[in-house]
Design a protein around this ligand. Structure first.
Ligand code: ADP
Ligand code: F6P
Length: 472
């Protein structure tokens, strides 16, 4: 078994199932923030990525992808049901997102969470060379830092949570809250998207485990665990270059024509998830049409909502409700050849997404709660001519950085409608000033800066940094 000095551990591998068997692997740019985020900084880095390759049964043998070694972790159908669909996405996910849907608690799911986390930790222990840096990602694997420390005390372990981390009042509902906190505290550095999340975590370490804790340092078992916020980002230059490509510009022109050359295009791009505020947005849009503020002949909404976690009940119910509402709005307000909403559930390639961003006069990103939201940042990066208005939820992590967006509270329907109208009617000079400021911010705070700052904090001798993207 070859070993690596940098090991990334995430629930999924970034491999496209369909291309893996013939060896022609590509990074899986499947919808989802984590793979999008890690793809750029890791490319051509001598590292191993430990994760699930999709499907059930024995793990397939996989070739390296863009110079990164793939180490698949096998999952059974039962693991998938009780870990990924159960504890991960029906207990933790809703609880971490303000309990906008009711979190479920089942003892069997907790057993699966422990079992799968143990399997991931054992896989990492095998592929990490002595003294290696291990970077554990996200809420699927919160026990891995603690389990790994017990197996391999020589490792330097980082944990980063890509999603929101809840206030203590919500986290305290978890029957196994102490074990989850202890698992994360197995790391040397625990990173969050926002300072508030780091504060919540420190408060919980104190309240649940009685540990001496500040927002930056927690003392546990004679060690110091550092805590901090590291807002994740995108490859800003890559998205800007893509959006600027002549073929993407042509595609954008064609898309606009295909939409009937409307005066204004509103775009939303989400995973089909109840945290994304899709239903609230549809309601705001349809009320604006009904009130006569928006005319379907001039203004269209393109809603991309790619299905996600399709075997989890709350996701099935959401999809049915969204599709019923899209049908109702189109039935009521559309005309032949002129729907009010262009509704798409397909995954798109990066160039097609960039073309969509280019045609959006208003990008509506209005989640009820979101750790960061990379779509908002991708849109800003793609607006290479500084046009376009970003309508952004106050409850997306991105709002802390993109202060020049049109900020709205998506729970406030009237506020959401007013915000959408303000973005649609904004003067070009005003839009340009705001967009320019946001693009400047993202040029400096891109994904490479994020990876460097996290790894520098984790591996203080920084030897690792020189190996990031070595051949890029
Ligand atoms: P989350 O991680 O909750 O899905 P983010 O907005 O942070 O939310 O990340 C979503 C990522 O998935 C972005 O990089 C976005 O470009 C990508 N994505 C979303 N919808 C699609 C789609 N239909 N086709 C391809 N990529 C998509
Ligand atoms: O951002 C949270 C997250 O769970 C990521 O880990 C993942 O990239 C994304 O959402 C998509 O979710 P899933 O892997 O369940 O399709």
């Amino acid at each position: 078994m070859r070993q690596s000095s940098l090991v990334v551990v995430a629930n999924r591998l970034p491999i496209d199932d369909s291309t893996a068997p013939d060896g022609a692997c590509e990074w899986r740019r499947r919808p989802g923030g984590l793979v999008s985020a890690l793809h750029s900084p890791l490319r051509q880095t001598p590292a191993t990525w430990v994760g699930w390759a999709g499907g059930t049964g024995p793990a397939p043998a996989l070739p390296d992808v863009d110079g990164v070694r793939m180490r698949p972790v096998p999952l059974t159908a039962e693991d998938l049901r009780d870990h990924y669909e159960g504890f991960v996405n029906a207990t933790l996910w809703p609880l971490y997102h303000d309990a906008v849907e009711q979190p479920e608690h089942h003892r069997r799911w907790w057993e699966a969470y422990q079992r799968v986390n143990q399997r991931f930790a054992a896989a990492v222990a095998e592929v990490a060379e002595p003294g290696a840096v291990v970077w554990v990602q996200d809420y699927h694997l919160q026990l891995v830092p603690g389990l790994l420390r017990a197996l391999r005390p020589d490792l330097r372990i980082g944990f980063f949570l890509h999603v929101a981390f809840p206030p203590p009042e919500l986290f305290m509902q978890l029957p196994r809250r102490a074990e989850l906190l202890r698992g994360m505290l197995g790391a040397d550095l625990v990173g969050f998207q926002r300072a508030q999340a780091a504060h919540n975590f420190a408060q919980l370490a104190d309240r649940v485990l009685g540990l001496p804790a500040t927002d930056r340092r927690i003392a546990v078992d004679g060690r110091i665990v550092r805590v901090g916020s590291f807002p994740v980002s995108i490859d800003t230059a890559e998205m800007a270059a893509l959006a600027d490509r002549p073929d993407v510009a042509d595609r954008a022109k064609r898309l606009r024509r295909d939409l009937g050359s409307p005066e204004r295009v509103i775009l939303s791009v989400d995973r089909m998830d109840y945290t994304k505020g899709i239903e609230q947005r549809l309601k705001a849009y349809s009320e604006l049409i009904a009130d006569g503020h928006i005319k379907v002949q001039d203004t269209v909404l393109v809603q991309v909502a790619v299905p996600s976690r399709e075997r989890v009940g709350q996701y099935q119910i959401l999809r049915e409700r969204v599709e019923r509402e899209v049908g109702r709005i189109n039935g009521e307000f559309g005309r032949v050849g002129e729907p009010a909403i262009h509704y798409l559930t397909q995954p798109f390639g990066r160039a097609e997404l960039a073309a969509l961003y280019r045609i959006a006069d208003v990008m509506a990103v209005t989640p009820l709660r979101d750790g960061m939201n990379l779509v908002a940042k991708e849109y800003v990066a793609a607006r290479v001519d500084d046009t376009g208005a970003l309508l952004l939820s106050e409850f997306a992590g991105a709002a802390a950085e993109l202060a020049q967006a049109y900020l709205v509270n998506p729970h406030d329907l009237e506020g959401l409608k007013q915000g959408l109208l303000a973005a649609l009617r904004a003067q070009p000079e005003q839009v340009r000033g705001r967009m320019r400021a946001m693009r400047t911010h993202l040029r400096q705070h891109d994904i490479h800066a994020w990876a460097r700052s996290y790894l520098a904090a984790l591996d203080q001798d920084s030897a690792l940094l020189s190996r990031l993207g070595t051949t890029r």
